[in-house]
Design a protein around this ligand. Structure first.
Ligand code: SF4
Length: 368
Protein backbone atom coordinates (compact mmCIF):
# COMPACT_ATOMS: atom_id res chain seq x y z
CA UNK A 1 0.00 0.00 0.00
CA UNK A 2 1.55 3.31 -1.07
CA UNK A 3 2.70 5.60 1.77
CA UNK A 4 2.34 2.69 4.22
CA UNK A 5 4.54 -0.25 3.18
CA UNK A 6 7.61 1.89 2.56
CA UNK A 7 7.31 3.26 6.09
CA UNK A 8 7.24 -0.25 7.62
CA UNK A 9 10.35 -1.75 5.96
CA UNK A 10 12.27 -3.96 8.39
CA UNK A 11 15.55 -3.42 6.50
CA UNK A 12 15.23 0.35 6.66
CA UNK A 13 14.21 0.12 10.33
CA UNK A 14 17.38 -1.81 11.17
CA UNK A 15 19.50 0.71 9.22
CA UNK A 16 17.85 3.59 11.07
CA UNK A 17 18.32 1.83 14.42
CA UNK A 18 22.05 1.45 13.65
CA UNK A 19 22.30 5.16 12.77
CA UNK A 20 20.55 6.14 16.00
CA UNK A 21 22.83 3.86 18.04
CA UNK A 22 25.86 5.43 16.34
CA UNK A 23 24.73 9.04 16.81
CA UNK A 24 23.23 8.85 20.32
CA UNK A 25 25.87 10.14 22.73
CA UNK A 26 26.58 7.40 25.30
CA UNK A 27 27.47 10.12 27.80
CA UNK A 28 23.89 11.36 28.09
CA UNK A 29 20.28 10.20 27.95
CA UNK A 30 17.45 11.27 25.65
CA UNK A 31 13.88 11.39 26.97
CA UNK A 32 11.56 12.02 24.04
CA UNK A 33 7.86 12.53 24.75
CA UNK A 34 5.59 11.26 22.00
CA UNK A 35 2.56 13.47 22.49
CA UNK A 36 0.05 11.31 20.63
CA UNK A 37 -1.46 8.00 21.58
CA UNK A 38 -1.14 7.07 17.91
CA UNK A 39 2.64 7.29 18.27
CA UNK A 40 2.51 5.26 21.50
CA UNK A 41 0.68 2.48 19.67
CA UNK A 42 3.15 2.56 16.76
CA UNK A 43 6.07 2.34 19.22
CA UNK A 44 4.64 -0.76 20.92
CA UNK A 45 3.07 -2.42 17.93
CA UNK A 46 6.32 -2.35 15.96
CA UNK A 47 8.76 -2.71 18.86
CA UNK A 48 10.35 0.69 18.20
CA UNK A 49 11.52 1.11 21.80
CA UNK A 50 13.37 -2.21 21.56
CA UNK A 51 15.30 -0.89 18.56
CA UNK A 52 16.58 2.12 20.49
CA UNK A 53 19.84 2.16 22.46
CA UNK A 54 19.38 2.06 26.25
CA UNK A 55 19.86 5.80 26.69
CA UNK A 56 16.99 6.75 24.32
CA UNK A 57 13.54 6.41 25.88
CA UNK A 58 10.06 7.36 24.84
CA UNK A 59 7.83 9.09 27.39
CA UNK A 60 4.11 8.68 26.70
CA UNK A 61 2.18 11.94 26.56
CA UNK A 62 -1.45 13.03 26.98
CA UNK A 63 -2.40 12.88 23.31
CA UNK A 64 -5.50 10.75 23.67
CA UNK A 65 -8.68 12.83 23.82
CA UNK A 66 -10.71 10.03 25.39
CA UNK A 67 -8.07 9.55 28.11
CA UNK A 68 -7.77 13.20 29.13
CA UNK A 69 -11.49 13.92 29.54
CA UNK A 70 -12.07 14.21 33.31
CA UNK A 71 -14.73 12.23 35.12
CA UNK A 72 -17.03 15.24 35.86
CA UNK A 73 -17.56 15.78 32.12
CA UNK A 74 -18.45 12.10 31.72
CA UNK A 75 -20.87 12.39 34.63
CA UNK A 76 -22.49 15.33 32.84
CA UNK A 77 -22.83 13.32 29.62
CA UNK A 78 -24.59 10.54 31.52
CA UNK A 79 -26.82 13.15 33.16
CA UNK A 80 -27.84 14.53 29.74
CA UNK A 81 -28.98 11.07 28.69
CA UNK A 82 -30.57 9.96 31.97
CA UNK A 83 -32.03 13.02 33.69
CA UNK A 84 -32.78 15.12 30.61
CA UNK A 85 -33.88 12.09 28.53
CA UNK A 86 -32.00 13.27 25.45
CA UNK A 87 -30.63 11.02 22.73
CA UNK A 88 -26.89 11.20 23.41
CA UNK A 89 -24.58 10.39 20.51
CA UNK A 90 -20.87 9.75 20.77
CA UNK A 91 -17.91 7.81 19.44
CA UNK A 92 -17.47 4.16 20.46
CA UNK A 93 -14.54 4.56 22.86
CA UNK A 94 -16.41 7.06 25.04
CA UNK A 95 -19.16 4.53 25.78
CA UNK A 96 -16.90 2.39 27.98
CA UNK A 97 -14.88 5.00 29.87
CA UNK A 98 -15.60 4.71 33.61
CA UNK A 99 -17.32 7.72 35.15
CA UNK A 100 -18.08 8.27 38.85
CA UNK A 101 -18.99 5.15 40.85
CA UNK A 102 -17.73 2.92 37.98
CA UNK A 103 -20.67 4.00 35.84
CA UNK A 104 -20.30 4.55 32.08
CA UNK A 105 -22.42 5.57 29.12
CA UNK A 106 -22.69 1.89 28.20
CA UNK A 107 -24.09 1.06 31.64
CA UNK A 108 -26.48 4.03 31.37
CA UNK A 109 -27.64 2.63 28.04
CA UNK A 110 -28.14 -0.80 29.61
CA UNK A 111 -30.26 0.95 32.25
CA UNK A 112 -32.56 2.43 29.59
CA UNK A 113 -30.91 5.73 28.64
CA UNK A 114 -30.91 6.48 24.91
CA UNK A 115 -27.15 6.50 24.23
CA UNK A 116 -26.06 5.70 20.70
CA UNK A 117 -22.71 5.23 19.02
CA UNK A 118 -21.99 7.21 15.86
CA UNK A 119 -19.05 7.24 13.46
CA UNK A 120 -19.27 10.96 12.70
CA UNK A 121 -21.07 14.09 13.74
CA UNK A 122 -22.86 13.97 10.37
CA UNK A 123 -24.64 10.84 11.67
CA UNK A 124 -25.72 12.86 14.72
CA UNK A 125 -27.37 15.41 12.46
CA UNK A 126 -29.27 12.60 10.71
CA UNK A 127 -30.58 11.36 14.07
CA UNK A 128 -31.69 14.90 14.96
CA UNK A 129 -33.56 15.29 11.66
CA UNK A 130 -35.25 11.91 12.12
CA UNK A 131 -36.37 12.65 15.70
CA UNK A 132 -37.74 16.21 15.72
CA UNK A 133 -39.73 15.55 18.91
CA UNK A 134 -36.61 14.54 20.89
CA UNK A 135 -33.59 16.48 22.16
CA UNK A 136 -30.50 15.13 20.34
CA UNK A 137 -27.06 15.88 21.80
CA UNK A 138 -23.68 15.19 20.22
CA UNK A 139 -21.02 14.48 22.88
CA UNK A 140 -18.11 16.15 21.09
CA UNK A 141 -14.60 15.24 22.15
CA UNK A 142 -11.22 15.48 20.48
CA UNK A 143 -8.22 17.58 19.65
CA UNK A 144 -7.96 20.02 16.75
CA UNK A 145 -8.43 17.18 14.23
CA UNK A 146 -12.06 16.53 15.11
CA UNK A 147 -13.10 20.13 15.74
CA UNK A 148 -13.67 21.17 12.09
CA UNK A 149 -16.36 18.47 11.50
CA UNK A 150 -18.18 19.64 14.63
CA UNK A 151 -17.99 23.22 13.29
CA UNK A 152 -19.49 22.06 9.98
CA UNK A 153 -22.32 20.29 11.84
CA UNK A 154 -23.13 23.43 13.85
CA UNK A 155 -23.13 25.61 10.73
CA UNK A 156 -25.44 23.05 9.09
CA UNK A 157 -27.75 22.94 12.12
CA UNK A 158 -27.94 26.75 12.12
CA UNK A 159 -28.69 26.85 8.39
CA UNK A 160 -31.42 24.20 8.71
CA UNK A 161 -32.85 25.63 11.96
CA UNK A 162 -32.40 22.23 13.62
CA UNK A 163 -33.78 23.33 16.97
CA UNK A 164 -33.63 19.92 18.70
CA UNK A 165 -29.86 19.51 18.06
CA UNK A 166 -27.11 20.58 20.45
CA UNK A 167 -23.44 19.86 21.15
CA UNK A 168 -21.83 19.03 24.50
CA UNK A 169 -18.49 20.54 23.59
CA UNK A 170 -15.27 19.04 24.94
CA UNK A 171 -12.85 19.97 22.19
CA UNK A 172 -9.36 20.59 23.60
CA UNK A 173 -6.16 22.14 22.30
CA UNK A 174 -2.80 20.44 21.98
CA UNK A 175 -0.29 23.31 22.39
CA UNK A 176 -1.87 24.35 25.72
CA UNK A 177 -1.41 20.81 27.05
CA UNK A 178 2.21 20.79 25.95
CA UNK A 179 2.69 24.11 27.75
CA UNK A 180 1.13 22.67 30.90
CA UNK A 181 3.44 19.64 30.80
CA UNK A 182 6.44 21.94 30.69
CA UNK A 183 4.97 24.12 33.46
CA UNK A 184 3.91 21.28 35.82
CA UNK A 185 5.83 21.77 39.06
CA UNK A 186 7.67 18.66 40.29
CA UNK A 187 7.66 16.97 36.91
CA UNK A 188 9.64 13.85 37.74
CA UNK A 189 10.76 13.06 34.20
CA UNK A 190 12.73 15.75 32.44
CA UNK A 191 11.62 15.80 28.82
CA UNK A 192 14.37 16.62 26.34
CA UNK A 193 12.29 16.78 23.15
CA UNK A 194 8.80 16.20 21.75
CA UNK A 195 7.45 14.18 18.87
CA UNK A 196 4.65 16.54 17.86
CA UNK A 197 1.18 15.45 16.74
CA UNK A 198 0.71 14.68 13.09
CA UNK A 199 -3.03 14.70 12.38
CA UNK A 200 -3.54 17.70 14.66
CA UNK A 201 -0.73 19.51 12.87
CA UNK A 202 -2.35 18.85 9.50
CA UNK A 203 -5.09 21.22 10.73
CA UNK A 204 -3.21 23.79 12.85
CA UNK A 205 0.17 23.54 11.11
CA UNK A 206 3.57 23.32 12.78
CA UNK A 207 3.85 27.02 13.66
CA UNK A 208 2.00 26.80 17.05
CA UNK A 209 4.86 24.64 18.43
CA UNK A 210 7.58 27.17 17.68
CA UNK A 211 7.20 28.78 21.11
CA UNK A 212 8.29 25.54 22.82
CA UNK A 213 11.52 25.53 20.87
CA UNK A 214 12.03 29.26 21.42
CA UNK A 215 10.87 29.71 25.06
CA UNK A 216 11.70 26.27 26.57
CA UNK A 217 14.56 25.26 24.29
CA UNK A 218 12.84 21.93 23.52
CA UNK A 219 13.15 20.44 20.03
CA UNK A 220 9.79 19.49 18.50
CA UNK A 221 9.64 17.11 15.53
CA UNK A 222 6.24 16.71 13.87
CA UNK A 223 6.13 12.94 13.32
CA UNK A 224 4.03 10.63 11.16
CA UNK A 225 2.42 7.51 12.61
CA UNK A 226 4.29 4.74 10.81
CA UNK A 227 7.25 3.07 12.57
CA UNK A 228 9.88 4.57 10.27
CA UNK A 229 8.27 7.99 10.73
CA UNK A 230 8.67 7.63 14.49
CA UNK A 231 12.24 6.35 14.27
CA UNK A 232 13.40 9.00 11.84
CA UNK A 233 11.72 11.70 13.96
CA UNK A 234 13.57 10.39 17.02
CA UNK A 235 16.83 10.63 15.04
CA UNK A 236 15.99 14.23 14.06
CA UNK A 237 15.36 15.08 17.74
CA UNK A 238 18.62 13.38 18.80
CA UNK A 239 20.57 15.35 16.19
CA UNK A 240 19.05 18.63 17.42
CA UNK A 241 19.97 17.77 21.01
CA UNK A 242 23.51 16.75 20.03
CA UNK A 243 23.98 20.03 18.20
CA UNK A 244 22.40 22.15 20.95
CA UNK A 245 19.60 23.23 18.63
CA UNK A 246 15.92 23.61 19.56
CA UNK A 247 13.71 24.00 16.52
CA UNK A 248 10.42 22.79 15.13
CA UNK A 249 11.20 20.31 12.38
CA UNK A 250 8.62 18.60 10.22
CA UNK A 251 9.24 14.94 9.44
CA UNK A 252 5.63 14.48 8.24
CA UNK A 253 6.00 16.73 5.20
CA UNK A 254 3.71 14.52 3.12
CA UNK A 255 0.77 15.89 5.14
CA UNK A 256 1.78 18.81 7.40
CA UNK A 257 2.72 22.38 6.45
CA UNK A 258 3.75 25.28 8.67
CA UNK A 259 0.40 27.05 8.13
CA UNK A 260 -1.93 24.04 8.27
CA UNK A 261 -5.44 23.96 6.81
CA UNK A 262 -6.49 27.62 6.73
CA UNK A 263 -10.04 26.85 5.58
CA UNK A 264 -10.63 24.49 8.51
CA UNK A 265 -9.06 26.99 10.91
CA UNK A 266 -11.41 29.74 9.65
CA UNK A 267 -14.47 27.54 10.13
CA UNK A 268 -13.42 26.62 13.67
CA UNK A 269 -12.82 30.31 14.49
CA UNK A 270 -16.30 31.20 13.18
CA UNK A 271 -18.05 28.70 15.47
CA UNK A 272 -15.85 28.39 18.58
CA UNK A 273 -14.05 30.60 21.07
CA UNK A 274 -11.49 29.87 23.79
CA UNK A 275 -12.59 28.86 27.27
CA UNK A 276 -10.67 30.60 30.06
CA UNK A 277 -9.73 27.25 31.53
CA UNK A 278 -10.62 23.57 31.20
CA UNK A 279 -9.98 20.59 33.46
CA UNK A 280 -7.86 17.77 31.99
CA UNK A 281 -7.43 14.36 33.54
CA UNK A 282 -3.86 14.32 34.82
CA UNK A 283 -3.03 17.91 33.97
CA UNK A 284 -5.60 19.73 36.11
CA UNK A 285 -7.08 23.08 35.06
CA UNK A 286 -5.24 24.23 31.94
CA UNK A 287 -5.71 27.88 30.90
CA UNK A 288 -6.94 28.50 27.34
CA UNK A 289 -6.91 24.80 26.55
CA UNK A 290 -10.43 24.15 25.25
CA UNK A 291 -13.16 25.58 23.06
CA UNK A 292 -16.77 26.50 23.62
CA UNK A 293 -19.49 27.64 21.24
CA UNK A 294 -19.58 31.33 20.36
CA UNK A 295 -22.57 33.46 21.43
CA UNK A 296 -24.10 33.13 17.92
CA UNK A 297 -24.33 29.34 18.41
CA UNK A 298 -25.31 29.36 22.10
CA UNK A 299 -28.78 27.96 21.22
CA UNK A 300 -26.98 24.77 20.14
CA UNK A 301 -24.87 24.54 23.30
CA UNK A 302 -25.95 21.61 25.49
CA UNK A 303 -24.36 23.28 28.52
CA UNK A 304 -26.71 26.22 28.04
CA UNK A 305 -29.74 24.15 27.07
CA UNK A 306 -29.59 21.82 30.08
CA UNK A 307 -28.85 22.92 33.63
CA UNK A 308 -26.05 20.45 34.29
CA UNK A 309 -25.12 19.52 37.85
CA UNK A 310 -21.49 20.22 38.79
CA UNK A 311 -19.83 16.86 39.51
CA UNK A 312 -17.02 16.26 41.97
CA UNK A 313 -16.20 12.79 40.62
CA UNK A 314 -12.54 11.76 40.87
CA UNK A 315 -10.36 8.98 39.46
CA UNK A 316 -10.57 5.54 41.04
CA UNK A 317 -8.08 5.06 43.87
CA UNK A 318 -5.00 3.27 42.57
CA UNK A 319 -5.52 4.22 38.92
CA UNK A 320 -2.34 5.89 37.67
CA UNK A 321 -3.89 7.43 34.53
CA UNK A 322 -3.24 11.01 35.73
CA UNK A 323 0.50 10.37 36.27
CA UNK A 324 0.74 8.40 33.00
CA UNK A 325 -0.87 11.27 31.10
CA UNK A 326 1.70 13.68 32.59
CA UNK A 327 4.53 11.38 31.50
CA UNK A 328 5.51 10.69 35.12
CA UNK A 329 4.61 6.99 35.22
CA UNK A 330 4.18 4.08 32.82
CA UNK A 331 1.31 1.57 32.75
CA UNK A 332 3.38 -1.18 34.38
CA UNK A 333 3.84 1.14 37.40
CA UNK A 334 0.10 0.71 38.09
CA UNK A 335 -0.69 -2.08 40.53
CA UNK A 336 -4.09 -2.56 38.90
CA UNK A 337 -2.67 -3.20 35.41
CA UNK A 338 -3.68 -6.62 34.11
CA UNK A 339 -5.23 -7.69 37.41
CA UNK A 340 -8.16 -5.50 38.40
CA UNK A 341 -7.88 -3.42 35.21
CA UNK A 342 -8.09 -5.06 31.78
CA UNK A 343 -9.69 -4.01 28.49
CA UNK A 344 -12.75 -6.11 29.39
CA UNK A 345 -13.02 -4.43 32.77
CA UNK A 346 -11.30 -1.04 32.47
CA UNK A 347 -10.77 0.98 35.63
CA UNK A 348 -9.32 4.04 33.92
CA UNK A 349 -9.61 5.74 30.56
CA UNK A 350 -6.07 4.78 29.45
CA UNK A 351 -7.16 1.12 29.26
CA UNK A 352 -10.27 1.87 27.19
CA UNK A 353 -9.23 4.02 24.33
CA UNK A 354 -7.51 2.60 21.28
CA UNK A 355 -5.01 5.44 21.77
CA UNK A 356 -4.49 4.87 25.51
CA UNK A 357 -1.05 3.92 26.85
CA UNK A 358 -2.39 1.10 29.05
CA UNK A 359 -4.29 -0.38 26.11
CA UNK A 360 -1.06 -0.26 24.06
CA UNK A 361 0.89 -2.07 26.79
CA UNK A 362 -1.87 -4.64 27.14
CA UNK A 363 -2.08 -5.29 23.41
CA UNK A 364 1.62 -5.53 22.68
CA UNK A 365 3.58 -6.18 25.92
CA UNK A 366 1.22 -7.90 28.32
CA UNK A 367 3.57 -10.89 28.62
CA UNK A 368 6.27 -8.79 30.28
FE1 SF4 B 1 -5.67 3.27 35.24
FE2 SF4 B 1 -6.02 0.72 34.48
FE3 SF4 B 1 -4.05 2.10 33.43
FE4 SF4 B 1 -3.95 1.38 35.98
S1 SF4 B 1 -3.93 0.01 34.20
S2 SF4 B 1 -3.44 3.37 35.12
S3 SF4 B 1 -6.11 1.50 36.54
S4 SF4 B 1 -6.23 2.52 33.19
Amino acid sequence: MKYVDEFRSETLARDLAATIAREADPGRSYAIMEFCGGHTHAIFRYGVQDLMPGNVSFVHGPGCPVCVLPIPRLDNAIEIAERHKAILLTYGDMMRVPASKRRSLLKAKAGGADVRMVYSVADALKVARANPERQVVFFAIGFETTTPPTAVALLTAEREGLANFSVFCNHVLTPSAMQQILDVPGQSIAIDAFLGPSHVSSVIGSAPYERFARDFHKPVVIAGFEPLDVMYSALMAIRQLNEGRAEVENQYTRVVTREGNLKAQAMVAEVFELRDSFEWRGLGAVPGSALRLRERFRAFDAETRFALTPSTGTDVKGCECPAILRGQKKPLDCKLFGTVCTPDNPVGSCMVSSEGACAAYWSYRRHQ
